[in-house]
Design a protein around this ligand. Structure first.
Ligand code: ARG
Length: 574
């Protein structure tokens, strides 16, 4: 199954219908329409959809793309346009532009109102399974901004695929195993106090170890010994390790609760202790494991990337081996169609290596493995916002500050301030394509007129306030508007709402929650223009009041559904 092959599974209805109907016309004219691409023109005056099919196919017997485009639209017109189309036209140098019919657009508002929280939900992924590996922080280390990105983007991918009908397994692959635990155990063993460990102790001990190494390099060996003992099941080592895991998990779980994150499985690297042997044996059997300076590695002469280390010269296993064991395990447990990893871009090489080995070991096909990499947050003029090298930036501090700013924005209610504050940070992350590096900027995060979480939440709350003020129960109102003369502001909303299912499918296909953000921002802006220019409750006719209220209801519902996919709450009031 190739990525492009998934297009069919993830493409939306009205688009499909157009593709089908236009496809028939093409067939009639003996034009190959298998690569028919439909896009939304950047300028809406060129219609709701445009296709450049004529640009590709005019060589077979036509004078120009324009010539063929005209032929297509004339044939289509004489065949009779489908009822969902208002008109079609040709634009230079040979685009075919399509305008959707008003009745169709209005019917989509009704669709939103009928389907409510399920508007946009699809069963396209029926029978398909996806495993999403995300968040995956490291025990005994602070939960920093990098793991925040993985957590937020990963959760959004989980939500999206579930909404699209896939069976989704979200996994927190905790960093709870590896040589670093030898260092930690060494430090804890050499502590003077016997007081109970706190998360701060763990973070400090780790930093101190590295300071000590500078003076006493031999302690590296002792740490290595300790990890070896841990891998061999030494009781004392295991007990210390267990305590570290418990202390950290408690901390992480508090953060997850605050962020509203739910995993289907939390199984860290340690889970694969007894599952690595199988991988090593499989690799030996396939003769891909070679000895190199006492260690065991897999080489990639065809890919021209450095070898991957599976067993260190002291016999210790590696991050790579554990990842391979986890793929084998996941494959046998769920037979996933896709294995997705939401992990920082600095691990790109790692994933290229383990994906290549997984393919060699027959765990899956190359196109089933996807590394959705994320960039980092940085402070302009200063550099990476990091948890390493001393400049620790704790996620919780950022969230607290954000909630404080949310309060200043207006809401004194703690619950709402939390929704707005946490939502602001999440949105600030998600509105960017995952791979981009983001300049940290409080102003933008809270821009009430800009592309921000608070702006969307504010627009949602505004809709709710209009609906409440109307005093009407829209459930009892009839949805029937045959005589409307739509104003531009209304048209603009209608010509946006229907795109929602399409947008989420694209966001899923491209692993890009940012597409949902830009759609929601566009919708919210259009709603606010509509709100500012037209009267809703004081409109001239009862029919108009009712229509504009339905429109308001639909907009608020779509914003809510979109925010929900992003993992951001929509407070009724702000
Ligand atoms: N714990 C790792 C780190 O923080 C990320 C793990 C990502 N997932 C994986 N299956 N390798 O660097």
């Amino acid at each position: 199954m190739s990525l492009t092959g998934r297009r069919g599974i993830l493409s939306s209805m009205i688009q499909d219908q157009i593709r089908k109907d236009l496809g028939k016309i093409c067939q009639k004219l003996k034009i190959n329409s298998s690569k028919l691409v439909l896009e939304h023109p950047a300028d809406p005056q060129y219609g709701d959809y445009a296709t450049n099919i004529a640009m590709h196919s005019w060589h077979n017997g036509y004078n120009s793309p324009f010539d063929l485009a005209e032929k297509i639209i004339n044939t289509w017109r004489s065949n009779g346009l489908p009822s969902y189309l208002a008109k079609i036209d040709v634009a230079k140098p040979g685009f075919i532009n399509l305008w959707l019919e008003k009745d169709f657009l209005i019917s989509q508002v009704e669709e939103v109102i009928k389907k409510r929280n399920s508007f946009g939900r699809e069963s396209l992924g029926k029978g398909k399974t996806i495993v999403v590996d995300y968040s995956s922080p490291n025990i005994a280390r602070p939960f920093g901004i990098g793991h925040f990105r993985s957590t937020i983007i990963g959760q959004s991918i989980v939500n999206l695929y579930r909404f699209l009908g896939w069976e989704v397994i979200g996994i927190n692959h905790l960093g709870d195993w590896g040589t670093q635990f030898g260092k930690l155990i060494y430090q804890i063993k050499n502590r003077r106090t016997k007081k109970k460990l706190t998360i701060k102790d763990l973070e400090r001990l780790y930093v101190e170890f590295h300071q000590k190494v500078a003076k006493k390099p031999e302690i590296e060996n002792e740490a290595r010994e300790w990890f070896k003992k841990l891998e061999e099941g030494n009781k004392e080592a295991k007990e210390i390790w267990k305590e570290c895991v418990e202390v950290s998990l408690k901390e992480f779980n508090r953060i997850y609760q605050r962020l509203g994150i739910k995993f289907d499985q939390t199984s860290g690297e340690s889970f694969y202790q007894d599952k690595m042997k199988k991988v090593i044996e499989a690799a030996k059997k396939r003769k891909i494991l070679v000895k190199s300076e006492g260690a065991w590695v897999v080489e990639f002469p065809d890919l021209k990337i450095p070898p991957a280390l599976l067993i260190k010269s002291d016999g210790a296993t590696t991050y790579e081996t554990r990842d391979l064991a986890s793929i084998d395990y996941r494959q046998n447990k769920w037979y996933p169609d896709l294995f997705v990893y939401e992990v920082g871009a600095e691990q790109t090489l790692h994933f290229r290596q383990i994906f290549a080995i997984a393919v060699k070991l027959g765990y899956g096909k190359a196109e089933q493995f996807i590394h959705v990499n994320h960039g980092l947050f940085y402070l302009p003029g200063i550099g990476k916002l990091s948890t390493r090298t001393g400049r620790t930036v704790y996620l919780e501090k950022i969230l607290d500050e954000s909630v404080k700013r949310a309060k200043k924005l207006g809401s004194q209610n703690q619950k709402i301030a939390e929704m707005v504050g946490v939502g602001a940070v999440k949105y600030f992350d998600l509105k960017n394509h995952p791979a981009t590096n983001i300049a940290f900027d409080w102003q933008k995060m809270f821009a009430l007129e800009g592309d921000s979480g608070p702006y969307l939440q504010y627009t949602y709350a505004r809709c709710q306030s209009v609906l409440t003020k109307s005093g009407k129960d829209l459930k009892k109102e009839e949805f029937n508007f045959p005589h409307l003369h739509l104003k531009t502001e209304e048209q603009n909303l209608l010509r946006t709402i229907y795109k929602f299912p399409e947008v989420i499918q694209q966001a899923g296909e491209k692993f890009s929650p940012n597409l949902i953000c830009s759609f929601l921002f566009d919708l919210a802006q259009k709603y606010n223009v509509f709100y500012n220019r037209l009267s809703i409750l004081k409109a001239d006719e009862a029919e108009l009041i009712s229509f504009r209220l339905f429109l308001t209801l639909a907009v608020s519902q779509v914003i809510k559904n979109g925010l929900q996919l992003l993992g951001i709450e929509a407070p009724e009031k702000m």
